[in-house]
Design a protein around this ligand. Structure first.
Ligand SMILES: *Cc1c(COP(=O)(O)O)cnc(C)c1O
Length: 432
């Protein structure tokens, strides 16, 4: 029922995270409240650093994908765990730097970088650009030239893998809007042009095949395709890639129906597969970069809501309404994402009350879950949604002028505020 090891139940019958009472956390910091467990974030990071250190070529490194969860205080944590970071916008660059992150460890993604964005990243000494397309390549070379900089780059290529996940989080197919396709021959032209340009220095390739992937085959296929492409580029243009960035995408358990995967075992298999392929093609082992986002943040976070009511529509269904919803967690509205929920105030009662949990917005799609079982709540109970560390705060909005909630970080049995709740004044701060 608790899904994650860092959760528990105390004598009061309340849910705990990192040993702390969740009901007390809402009394201290307000509600709704995001709670992140720093110790769990660090454990998640170490799965990558240890397995990559053991099974992948020297110099391999994980990069944290900030789009999953981005705020200042997170960056010192992931940097101290040996991670670089994948950033997708000047706003994420700004946030990472505000958190003290070394810009040399930043890898700048994005399919629609403007000249302003490129200038901003170069001026802030972002270590790496992951160039998405031909137009960006030319613009980057021109702007880097104007600044007298030689910019290190990887090229984002699309290897044509369908990892059988949902459409909206599937990015590796040929017709994806991200990257340049290998199968159309355009990725080869992309490489040919990159090696001619004087203000960029190409080191290798990036590909990201999707998200919430539970099988290891798509990643093996991806390594095969990257290697075939790299071998081909060596033959045709004399360019030998020394970096393969495999992107993110390892799946996490949101409910008990999701399989548990071993990231360590997957990385071991990737390493074995890579070494075999490289020796067959007599290709020097490239450094491997991986970009986990969800698998670092998701299971380290929960959201705590206060129940505002229980509405029983006789003969139809029961609604439990809470003081948050699509403004702090849009994933159900976007793609019917499943979550595990529990009544944090009544952990010792039977979880047998069938209900749909609705948020506070004027929007019939504002739901967190449909047809789930909870310990029957009363107004004032704290409802916990588990596994909300990724793609919740980072996708939050002010729809209906709902302020974004605060975030507390727990670690070693204590808690601290890392993001204060937005105020009404914050919401009108830009309005003249
Ligand atoms: C989304 C994304 C990631 C992170 O994916 P997760 O599924 O959260 O691990 C990494 N790299 C790129 C390019 C992405 O678009």
């Amino acid at each position: 029922m608790l899904l994650y090891d860092n959760l528990g139940i105390n004598e009061a019958g309340h849910l705990t995270i990192g040993g702390l009472d969740t009901v007390s956390l809402t009394e201290e910091y307000g509600n709704p409240l995001y709670v992140m467990d720093e110790d769990q974030i660090r454990r998640n990071c170490r799965v990558y650093t240890e397995a990559m250190g053991r099974y992948l070529p020297e110099g391999s490194r994980p990069l944290y994908a900030g789009k999953a969860l981005c705020f200042k205080a997170l960056y010192p944590i992931i940097e101290s765990e040996g991670f670089g970071a994948d950033v997708v916008s000047p706003g994420e660059i700004f946030t990472a730097l505000a958190g003290g992150f070394d810009p040399a460890g930043l890898y700048y993604h994005g399919t629609a970088k403007t000249d302003w964005d490129i200038n901003y990243a170069i001026d802030n000494k972002v270590g790496w650009f992951i160039v998405d397309n031909y137009n960006e390549l030319e613009a980057l070379d021109r702007i880097a030239g104007e600044k007298g900089v030689i910019q290190d780059i990887l090229l984002r290529i699309t290897v044509g893998i369908d990892p059988h996940t949902q459409e909206k989080i599937n990015t590796g197919r040929i017709d994806s809007q991200f990257g340049v396709a290998v199968d159309t021959g355009q990725a080869a032209q992309f490489v040919e042009r990159s090696v001619q340009l004087r203000n960029v220095r190409l080191h290798g390739f990036h590909s990201h095949i999707g998200s919430q992937i539970f099988e290891s085959e798509p990643f093996m296929d991806q390594v095969d395709k990257l290697l075939d492409f790299a071998v081909n580029m060596r033959e045709r243009f004399g360019f030998t890639a020394e970096v393969f960035n495999l992107g993110g995408g390892f799946g996490v358990q949101y409910t008990e129906a999701d399989p548990a995967i071993s990231i360590e075992e997957n990385i071991r298999q990737i390493g074995e597969h890579l070494r075999k392929g490289c020796s067959e093609h007599d290709f020097p082992l490239p450094r491997i970069l991986m970009e986990p986002g969800r698998s670092i943040a998701a299971n380290a976070g929960i959201t705590l809501y206060k129940t505002t009511g229980v509405k029983e529509i006789d003969g139809y269904l029961n609604y439990v309404t809470v003081d948050g919803g699509m403004t702090d967690n849009i994933r159900f509205a976007l793609y019917k994402a499943d979550y595990t929920m529990t009544n944090a105030s009544r952990m010792n009662e039977a979880q047998d009350y069938l209900c749909t949990v609705a948020g506070r917005c004027c929007e019939s799609g504002d739901r967190i879950a449909e047809d789930i079982h909870l310990q029957k709540p009363e107004r004032g109970d704290i409802i916990a949604v588990l596994g909300t560390g990724a793609y919740n705060y980072s996708m939050a909005s002010n729809y209906n002028r709902v302020p974004k909630p605060a975030m507390a970080m727990v670690s070693g049995g204590t808690s601290r505020l890392v993001i204060r709740a937005q105020t009404f004044e914050d919401m009108i701060a830009c309005e003249l």
